[in-house]
Structure formats: C-alpha cells, structure tokens
Design a protein around this ligand. Structure first.
Ligand SMILES: [Zn+2]
Length: 171
C-alpha cells in the first residue's frame, strides 16, 4: 500500500538535501579558501610545478594565486624555442584567473626546485602590481620554507594605472 505523506514532509527533505549537498560544502570551500594558510598555498604551487614545460632551462616553477573570494588558480612556467615567448608560472596563474573573470587577488605563492627562495621576475612583479598594491607574494624554496613580501616592497616606485590617470588630469 502506497503511503502519502503531507507535502511539507517532501519539501523539508528537499530543503535539507540542498543544504547538505550544495550550501554547506560551498560555504566550507569558500571559508577554507579565504583562510588558506601560506603553506597550503605553497603546497598547491608545488603540485602545479610538476606541469612545468622547461626543456631549455630545466628550471621548474609553480605558482598558486588566491583570489579574494577564496578561489585558487595555479600556473607553471611554459618555455618556448624562441625563449622570448616563454611565460612564467606567476603570469600563467594570473592570466588564467583574469580570463575567467577574476581580478581581485589576495596572495600568490611561488616555488621552484631551487634551495633559494623563488622571487618573481621583473615582468611578473609588474603584472602582479596591476591587480593591487596589497597583494602578498609568498616566495618559497624547495623545502617549503618561505618569505612573505607585499608587492610594493618588491616593486617600489611602480608605474601603475594611477600614473596614466594623473597624466590625463594634467592635460
Ligand atoms: Zn616572471
């Protein structure tokens, strides 16, 4: 015999199913992303380093970029026979994020095989600066030890969009 329950019974099952399967995991993921520890971000960068395409330098670099809303984009260096067409890990991560609609970044972790701390090159410093003066740059060595710098420390007196705005005002 088929038993009929009142409609609110089905509605409440639907409600709790949505809560447990969709809402809570999404909240958990976002909270975890926002509070992500530097060492976790370095671990993600280290994993991304595995995909580095480095037939010329054999110097593998990985990066992990954390957005303000807790999403992580990874990158590795991608070399090219022309050398000049090479792209760094940091820019790979940033361009991936920007191309998917993200522009607000909190921090970026960089790691390589080197025993020294891995700092971003000049071009990458400029590209990081484009998205804010408060971005933290976490420079790790192969053992996962790291130093944290604000992008302004790494690129003092940077040329930014403010300089372009200022020149327009003075016209
Ligand atoms: Zn670079």
């Amino acid at each position: 015999m088929k038993q009929n329950y009142p409609i609110f019974f089905y509605k409440s099952i639907e409600f709790f199913t949505k809560l447990y399967i969709i809402v809570i995991p999404k909240y958990y993921e976002e909270t975890r992303g926002k509070n992500m520890e530097n060492k976790n971000l370095i671990e993600i960068a280290k994993n991304a380093m595995k995909n580095a395409y480095v037939p010329y330098s054999n110097f593998r670099v990985g990066a992990a970029l954390l957005t303000e809303d807790g999403k992580v984009f990874t990158g590795c260096n991608v070399e090219n026979a022309t050398y000049g067409a090479t792209n760094c890990a940091e820019r790979t991560a940033i361009f991936k994020a920007v191309s998917e609609g993200y522009r607000n970044f909190k921090k970026i972790a960089i790691i390589s095989d080197s025993p020294n701390f891995t700092y971003p090159c000049g071009i990458c410093r400029q590209v990081i600066m484009e998205y804010g003066k408060n971005i933290e740059v976490i420079c790790a060595n192969r053992d996962g030890e790291f130093k944290v710098h604000n992008i302004c420390e790494l690129l003092p007196y940077a040329f930014t969009n403010e300089d372009i705005e200022r020149s327009r005002i003075n016209e």
